[in-house]
Design a protein around this ligand. Structure first.
Ligand SMILES: [Zn+2]
Ligand SMILES: [Zn+2]
Length: 231
């Protein structure tokens, strides 16, 4: 059993706590350290490490403060530079490393800067969790996953309607479509997972104007039969 808590999700900041009962990690830290503290009920000292997907501030805002507090931080090479924080650990995609009871493999996804997804195996529970955000495309398939956390930023239908109606500029719509995952892309990835293994699906980073949380939840539910949560 993995405990997942969405502390923040969306374009104004992303931060999730995942724990296998022995080791708690943060996935992204794109909100202030104060909000992270509140979200953790002031138990930051129990966090064994933070895995950062990429350097954009809605994912990396609290990195300097976490580093100052001595939290172990891992991310793609751009994070250390963007946050002016040389103590951040990095490594190439597909090289496995461990943080206590978690065995972790970063993998690269398609975004407008270098962005990592993470595959996490718990040695304690045997669960496998996959975290994917800010990914226009993911060049991998994942079979037996028990917890899937995946971006479902927008619906192409809603985005096109709003761009056509002038509610959103064409350039912004194009940028979103080229650098983020829409619900159909997320459902495609979900369909390829082993449904017998899958326990929970978390849909992440929904756009305020370009998504429909309830419709997305139903689509993910139909595709997997698993419990679906909107972060
Ligand atoms: Zn981004
Ligand atoms: Zn983002």
């Amino acid at each position: 059993m993995i405990d997942i808590k969405a502390i923040a999700s969306g374009s104004s900041g992303n931060c999730y706590r995942v724990s296998d009962g022995s080791t708690a990690l943060l996935l992204d830290a794109g909100i202030s350290i104060y909000k992270i503290q509140q979200g953790l009920d002031f138990r930051l000292s129990e966090i064994a490490g933070a895995l950062i997907s990429h350097e954009h501030m809605d994912h990396a805002k609290a990195v300097p403060d976490l580093a100052k507090r001595g939290v172990l931080i891992f991310g793609p090479p751009g994070v250390a530079k963007a946050c002016a924080c040389p103590s951040i650990l990095s490594g190439p995609p597909l090289r496995r490393f461990t943080i206590d009871t978690w065995s972790i493999v970063p993998f690269q996804v398609e975004h407008d800067v270098t962005c990592y997804g993470y595959l996490l195996d718990s040695k304690k529970t045997g669960d496998r969790l996959v975290y994917i955000t800010d990914a226009a495309a993911v060049p991998y398939t994942f079979g037996r996953v028990t917890y899937m956390m995946i971006e479902a930023n927008y619906s192409l239908r809603i985005l096109s309607r709003r761009a056509t109606g002038g509610a959103i500029k064409d350039e912004l719509a194009a940028r979103i479509a080229q650098s983020h995952m829409d619900i159909d892309g997320a459902v495609d990835i979900l369909r390829r997972l082993d449904p017998r293994a899958l326990k929970q699906v978390w849909l992440l980073h929904l756009s305020d104007g370009n998504s429909d949380a309830e419709a997305f939840r139903r689509m993910a539910q139909r595709a997997t039969g698993a419990e679906v949560y909107i972060a």
